[in-house]
Design a protein around this ligand. Structure first.
Ligand code: UDX
Length: 440
């Protein structure tokens, strides 16, 4: 929304959320999300044609287009828990829009949701609104990746807009197309029917995650055979049919989308009587879980089968570099595995808040677990006295660290587990580290 406001000064954009502290943060100097380039975008448009408010009623009344951008977490309760998306917030939004609208509107689903949600949205909207109002529902999934969000929004590979195949539906599609066309070439704006658009988002994420699980499965084979997974990835990526991107072996993918969207896809396949297709995609998550645990197991095995009472330094906690987001971060699972094994953790991440790390590691204040976690403000402090160092996020600054100094401060033998293959392993070995790198 900030980017639309930034690029289209003549369009008034109001972001409404019932979470007051979140809105206050968006109105303050310190934005609640760390994203390179976002500060400039928000600060240029804010107060001009971009507004943040908790007054959802006025925001709905004024709007001609409403983007529904609420959370759609994986259901944690009841039927299909752990797979289906929880659409509670989407439905509540639809009821709010219906109740407070005084003129017809276009309602855009921006949240990632299961296929056919647009239909439910439309039903709730029309069942709860005044008779003379009509709502056109569009699907406009977001493909930006965190850490590069501003770049991705500024110059996306494509924008996808799905709408109903009626005249009114097509008019609504054209209205939204004309918003994006302010800065994006029309040839990159794809229009489809509603279901294709909704499904494309899930499938795009499933394909991306599948590439990572594919290369991660091969990383284990490389470790057994003496092949080097980065060399294999480079060699296969040169085939233009395969392409070089998203082939970086790692401790496992994280983020708010991949796992959730695949679970959603799996749920849909089951729902539509396609268990074989469901199993096929579910295995992408299976390999990812296995890869995370395999990494922790490697640490434990290498440290002579016990990490009980040992200090282990974790470098990075975010699910990837250039974000403070930890959702589904591999670091969480590795951290929990090590805590289960009674290790002491010393964690350094340049951007993630301490409260978030404690929350993710289920370490309540005053608990025994909390006592075993030390959060530090530098990699050097984290590594001091540690038996092992594990790199969980590929922050650029980690490659610049003085590893001789780090080595000096560590217990010997000093182990280094590079979960992202971003360090110079030859140099580290020369210093004296015992190095484990994914897929080598
Ligand atoms: C993803 C999609 O890329 C984006 O299009 C969609 O809108 C939301 O989900 P995001 O989760 O922000 O974006 O990050 P992404 O860059 O896709 O990385 C996801 C995870 O995969 C990270 O943990 C990353 O470290 C990992 N990854 C990525 C790898 O392990 N190897 C790779 O080669 C690429």
């Amino acid at each position: 929304m900030a980017m639309i406001a930034y690029k289209c000064p003549e369009i008034k954009v109001t972001v409404a959320d019932i979470n007051e502290s979140r809105i206050n943060a968006w109105n303050s100097e310190e934005l609640p999300v760390f994203e390179p380039g976002l500060d400039e975008v928000v600060k240029t448009a804010r107060g001009r044609n971009l507004f943040f408010t908790t007054d959802k009623v006025s925001a709905i009344k004024e709007a001609d287009i409403v983007f529904v951008s609420v959370g759609t977490p994986t259901k944690s309760y009841g039927m299909n828990a752990g797979q289906a998306a929880d659409l509670k917030y989407v439905e509540l939004c639809a009821r709010d829009i219906a109740e407070h609208s005084e003129h017809s509107k276009i309602v855009v689903e921006k949240s990632t949701i299961p296929v056919k949600t647009a239909e439910s949205l439309k039903t709730v909207l029309s069942a709860n609104s005044q008779d003379d109002l009509s709502f056109q529902v569009l699907s406009n999934p977001e493909f930006l990746a965190e850490g590069t969000a501003v770049e991705d929004l500024n110059d996306p590979d494509r924008v996808l807009i799905g709408g109903e195949e009626t005249e009114e539906g097509q008019q609504a599609v054209e209205t939204l197309v004309s918003v994006y066309a302010n800065w994006i070439d029309r040839s990159k704006i794809i229009t489809t029917n509603l279901w294709s658009s909704e499904l494309s988002k899930l499938v795009a994420n499933a394909f991306l995650a599948q590439r990572i699980s594919s290369i991660n499965s091969i990383s284990a084979l490389c470790e057994r055979t003496g092949a080097n997974v980065d060399e294999v990835a480079f060699a296969i990526g040169k085939d233009s049919r395969i392409g070089p991107k998203f082939l970086k072996a790692s401790v496992g993918f994280g983020g708010s989308c991949f796992q959730k969207d695949i679970l959603n896809l799996v749920y849909l396949c089951h729902h539509f009587g396609l268990p074989e297709v469901a199993d096929y995609w579910h295995q992408v998550i299976g390999i990812n879980d296995w890869q995370k645990h395999r990494f922790s197991k490697n640490i434990i095995d290498s440290l002579f089968n016990t990490v009980n009472g040992k200090r282990i330094a974790m470098l990075g906690f975010a699910f990837k570099k250039d974000t403070n987001d930890t959702r589904e971060s591999a670091a969480i699972y590795v951290g929990r595995d090590l805590l289960e094994e009674q290790a002491n953790l010393a964690i350094y991440d340049p951007k993630v808040a301490a409260s978030q790390i404690y929350f993710d590691l289920e370490a309540d204040e005053g608990s025994e677990r909390r006592e075993r976690i030390e959060l530090t403000d530098s990699a050097y402090v984290a590594a001091k006295g540690a038996h092992a160092l594990a790199v969980l996020t590929e922050w650029d600054a980690f490659a610049e660290l003085d590893f001789e100094r780090i080595y000096e401060g560590m217990m010997k033998p000093a182990f280094l587990f590079d979960g992202r293959n971003v360090l110079d392993h030859e140099k580290l070995r020369a210093i004296g580290f015992k190095v484990y790198a994914i897929g080598r």
